[in-house]
Design a protein around this ligand. Structure first.
Ligand SMILES: *[C@@H]1O[C@H](CO)[C@@H](O)[C@H](O)[C@H]1NC(C)=O
Ligand SMILES: *[C@@H]1O[C@H](CO)[C@@H](O)[C@H](O)[C@H]1NC(C)=O
Ligand SMILES: *[C@@H]1O[C@H](CO)[C@@H](O)[C@H](O)[C@H]1NC(C)=O
Ligand SMILES: [Zn+2]
Length: 976
């Protein structure tokens, strides 16, 4: 057995004793008598960044956050032992940037500097952990941290993650938080059986291993809170609680207090326990809390020599420090906390799919935010208000009642509005910057670069109405990509597309737009066809322009081959066959090797509430019965279309469900574009629509899902890694969040499906995979939204359209590596199209404008992703590089990668400083608490090597060379 040496390097609790001038952070913690059992009272308010009210209504409206914040600040000024934590930077920043009360602002600074007001979590909002993408989680911490350090400097740097309300917890979030430099994480919700087991075995607090690749750098001390995030019964002192402590009743309150503390002492290991003294939007009358707590603290401590129990105002970081000082050992956790069940039949797996269009819009927002950031950085434009507005909007969307779809309809509309307004602002900037970059000769002109935001419903006013226009395609990846471009077109002939950088005329193909797409009620476009061409070698972090013109009917009719008999479609690699009877996909052949595979759109009927059972709702998925129904009542209607770029089969399952199965030339994946809506509910039954893939793969109950689009986790049906699961919901309990990918395999074959937004999914029977694409309900699940999830547009149920990419291969082929590359290129950061109507011919345009540009001098290695390129307010640039493979993904691509920052940029690099992931601290000055693990016998998981991958020193002498190991992210501030 390998011996583990763990040093306790942080004992400031002892060091700071006797210091009469407290500072922020750990130095400001209450003094703890190690001989007593200490209760840490943590006053807090849980202020959702939108839920049943909009963000602004929660802030400005009645009993709003503005009043809560000011009231708490005033109460803290009364006595310096009082403490409070502030979590949501969105609200803090709103107050700070809008208030005119300078004296109050001074007080806030004092309170942060002396540790009474501690910033905890510190992200813009308390992000969800199931359905968001890691890039957006990192961004929203970076932005929150940035505003906190703008105002408070180092004292504004949070030390602890505070995820008290999200409905389950992802391992990737733990990993990211460790890399942010956090010493620990606390959360409130975990599966009820898991919690029962953990309280019994004293494993509510643990060391969570955030990554299989990053060693101890990803380990995070994690505590599950005993009361969720509310005060124990009898100790809520908010205006809506009847309790109080006074000179009349303090004796019985002290007895009760000691009782609860001792009960918790049986559930936790240490001599300290944390009480969350707050609730949703608590402290509207802060005085009531503090005056009661003052009295309680005084009387509990008066008798602590007899009871052995002491109490103090504290913070999560102070509690954590007290635990660390005890130098105990802790259990280890390796999997995650999904799915979350609050009752035997109540699995919070519906929100993985709720509001599919908002979930996709958020992903589009990320794509456009990265483009906007990159363009600002590349053109040395610095930050702009437009950029910051999209940064903020994306942070708000990460909130655990925003992207999750668990808000009221008017709040969802508000989120969409916030995001759409911010996107237009960034579009305006991006368009200006593109003008700058395309400008060749000094000329005044009125050129515009506009996006077509509804291309996903085959609609674009420029391509439909202009006879001549230029499409400028920006690629946000730091490597070249090719893209098949699809443009809605009024006619299916007569167009000429010219690659402006080579001058070559490109081959075009036309495919009819399906009737089901034309029927989307909000679609205004009239196009009946899509024009397809291939844009090759789109430069890294750069663009290329293509000239499209309509010259009347062409003499040579463009190849257009529609053959209704021959439905099989194929390219150089793949052949997809359709069943003659059902017209469903029947098999996929890869390089001649055939795999049986059926795919079908189906639906579950949503369960209704009855004794002990909840209805399916915005949060909850509870199908009844547990078998899905076919949507197609007869054979599926199909048409196939073939041409030089793509072969596709259009399938119609019913008047509310259809899809297109596509094979592009040269692609090793199949694209399935589904269109669902309006889901009929006139039978008063909610419906939850899935795409199900059935194969003969002997998956033995196992499947693999991604965690926030980064590392993959093994899942086993009806099984939980750390407790004996008693699973009564065979479908809902086996659903997991799929942010990007789900797969099954046996020795012969692997099947992976990639998604363009988060969806719930699972493998409910061996050999199958399913993803829930859309849901429309008729009941509420009674968890507070008080509304039925019944999205509508123009009077009918909401349409949703999206894509799945399907990969089939042998487990030893590089399917996993392909998954990671495809997710980036196709789903997360696809090229963005900008349209410019023009009267210029291709030659004239070429003479006048730059037609090709790259913001970097070279491509990054295949396994390296340029995760962040953005301006900072100090004129420097923030850069993040990421190795996108895991250790075990691929023999070749999982190797370490090496490149030089100087080689990437034209400008001379002066200085590179490596930062923690949130970019608010120099990495070399970051110290995290060390924790001892429980000892296990040889051969157990705890025996693994947890050495973190190396970090080479970045220096000018070797051209700022960077070495990256699997899954490593490195964050740099660069000065040019
Ligand atoms: C603050 O509260 C503590 C504990 O209740 C008390 O001992 C102290 O006198 C108070 N200080 C002030 C300035 O009121
Ligand atoms: C902490 O505990 C370990 C044993 O688990 C021991 O070796 C070490 O000396 C202790 N450190 C301190 C500072 O007490
Ligand atoms: C996941 O499961 C597969 C087999 O199903 C196994 O080969 C692999 O080692 C497992 N991965 C981890 C990280 O446990
Ligand atoms: Zn909440």
């Amino acid at each position: 057995m390998r011996m583990k040496l763990t040093f306790i390097i942080f004992l400031s609790a002892l060091i700071v004793l006797g210091n009469s001038d407290p500072h922020c952070g750990y130095e400001a913690c209450p003094k703890i008598d190690p001989k007593l059992f200490t209760v840490h009272l943590v006053p807090h308010t849980h202020d959702d960044v939108g839920w049943v009210r909009t963000v602004d209504d929660y802030y400005y409206g009645g009993n709003g956050v503005r009043g809560i914040f000011e009231g708490v600040v005033n109460e803290l000024m009364i006595n310096e032992t009082r403490k409070f934590i502030w979590v949501e930077t969105a609200y803090f920043w709103k107050w700070w940037s809008e208030t005119k009360k300078d004296d109050l602002k001074e007080n806030v600074k004092k309170l942060v500097a002396n540790g009474q007001l501690e910033l905890t979590g510190g992200a813009w909002s308390m992000n969800d952990e199931a359905v968001n993408h890691y890039q957006s989680t990192i961004d929203q911490f970076t932005w929150g941290f940035r505003r906190l350090s703008d105002v408070f400097g180092d004292c504004g740097r949070p030390h602890v993650g505070w995820q008290i309300d999200p409905f389950g917890h992802s391992r990737e979030t733990a990993s990211l938080m460790a890399q942010l430099g956090f010493d620990g994480l606390f959360f409130g919700r975990l599966d009820r059986d898991d919690k029962a087991h953990r309280t019994e075995t004293k494993t509510m607090e643990m060391i969570w291993r955030g990554s299989k690749n990053l060693g101890e750098e990803s380990d995070l001390f994690t505590g599950a809170l005993s009361e969720g995030y509310t005060a124990p019964r009898g100790f809520c002192f908010d205006i809506y609680c009847p309790e109080h402590v006074s000179e009349d009743n303090y004796k019985e309150k002290v007895v009760k207090f000691v009782q609860i503390a001792k009960r918790q002492a049986d559930m936790y290991r240490s001599n300290n326990v944390i009480w969350t003294m707050g609730a949703d939007f608590a402290y509207t009358v802060a005085k009531r809390w503090y005056s009661n707590l003052d009295v309680l603290i005084r009387h509990v401590n008066e008798v602590s020599h007899k009871t052995g129990v002491a109490v103090a105002y504290s913070t999560p970081s102070c509690y954590l420090q007290a635990l660390n000082a005890e130098n105990r050992t802790w259990p280890v956790k390796e999997d995650d906390f999904f799915p979350y069940a609050s009752e035997k039949h109540t699995y919070w797996t519906g929100y993985f799919t709720s509001r599919p269009n908002l979930k996709k819009f958020e992903r589009d927002g990320n794509n456009l935010l990265q483009v906007c950031k990159q363009m600002h950085a590349i053109t040395s434009s610095g930050e702009s208000d437009d950029l910051n507005s999209l940064r903020e909007a994306m942070c708000i969307l990460q909130h655990h009642d925003a992207i999750t779809g668990t808000e009221k309809q008017h709040v969802a509309d508000d989120y969409a509005h916030i995001l759409s307004r911010a996107i237009s602002r960034c579009d305006t900037s991006t368009s200006q910057l593109l003008k700058l970059l395309t400008k060749k000769v000094d000329s005044q002109d009125t050129l515009i670069f506009s996006r077509c935001p509804t291309l996903n419903q085959s609609e674009c006013s420029v391509s439909e109405e202009s006879n001549t226009f230029v499409v400028t395609i920006y690629n946000p990846l730091a490597k070249k990509v090719n893209k098949f471009v699809r443009l809605p077109a009024p006619r299916d002939n007569g167009f000429t597309v010219t690659d402006l950088s080579t001058g070559k005329t490109l081959q075009v193909q036309f495919v009819p737009i399906p009737r089901s797409v034309e029927a989307i009620p909000v679609r205004l476009g009239k196009a009946k066809h899509e024009l397809i061409f291939e844009a090759v070698d789109l430069p890294p972090l750069g663009f290329k322009s293509f000239h499209v013109s309509y010259q009347g009917r062409s003499r040579r009719r463009v190849l257009r081959d529609t053959n209704k008999q021959e439905t099989d479609i194929s390219n150089e690699i793949l052949t997809i066959s359709f069943d003659d009877e059902s017209h469903l996909i029947e098999s996929i052949s890869v390089n001649g090797k055939k795999t049986k595979l059926t795919q079908e759109l189906m639906f579950y009927k949503s369960g209704k509430a009855s004794l002990g059972l909840r209805a399916s709702g915005a949060y909850i998925f509870r199908p009844d019965p547990n078998t899905p129904f076919a949507i197609a009542t007869d054979k599926v209607k199909i048409n196939s279309y073939k041409g030089p770029h793509v072969e596709e089969v259009h399938q119609v399952f019913s008047d509310w469900a259809s899809q297109i199965v596509r094979l592009y030339k040269g692609a090793s994946h199949v694209e399935v574009e589904w269109l669902v809506g309006p889901i009929p509910t006139d039978d008063h039954v909610g419906k939850e629509v899935i795409s199900r893939f059935t194969t003969k793969i002997d998956s033995k109950r196992n499947f693999v899902t991604d965690s926030n689009s980064r590392e993959y986790l093994n899942r086993t049906r009806n099984f939980r890694e750390t407790w004996q699961a008693d699973i009564l919901e065979p479908v809902a309990a086996n659903y997991y969040p799929i942010t990007s990918a789900i797969s099954i395999e046996d020795e012969e074959t692997k099947l992976a499906v990639l998604t363009d937004r988060a969806q719930g999914g699972g493998s409910i029977a061996d050999g199958t995979l399913e993803l829930m694409v859309h849901r429309r309900l008729v009941n509420d699940d009674n968890y507070g939204v008080s509304e039925v999830l019944n999205e509508r547009q123009m009077g009918v149920g909401m349409f949703a359209r999206g894509r799945h990419l399907v990969l089939v291969g042998s487990p030893t082929s590089n399917v996993t590596a392909q998954e990671r590359t495809l997710v980036q290129q196709e789903m997360v950061l696809p090229p963005v199209l900008y349209f410019s109507p023009t009267t210029l011919s291709a030659e004239e345009w070429k003479a006048k404008y730059q037609t090709e540009f790259s913001g970097v001098k070279m491509e990054l290695p295949e396994n390296v992703h340029l995760l962040t390129l953005e301006p900072r307010k100090d004129g420097k640039i923030l850069l993040r590089f990421e190795h996108i493979m895991e250790k075990s993904d691929d023999l070749r691509l999982s190797r370490a990668s090496e490149f030089s920052i100087q080689d990437l940029f034209e400008a001379k690099v002066q200085k590179v400083t490596e930062m923690t992931l949130g970019a608010n601290q120099i990495l070399s000055s970051s110290r995290r608490f060390k924790w001892n693990e429980d000892k296990f016998t040889s051969g157990t998981k705890n025996d693994q090597d947890r050495t973190a991958p190396e970090r080479n020193v970045i220096q000018s002498s070797d051209n700022f060379k960077v070495i990256l190991y699997p899954m490593q992210i490195r964050t740099f501030v660069v000065e040019f």
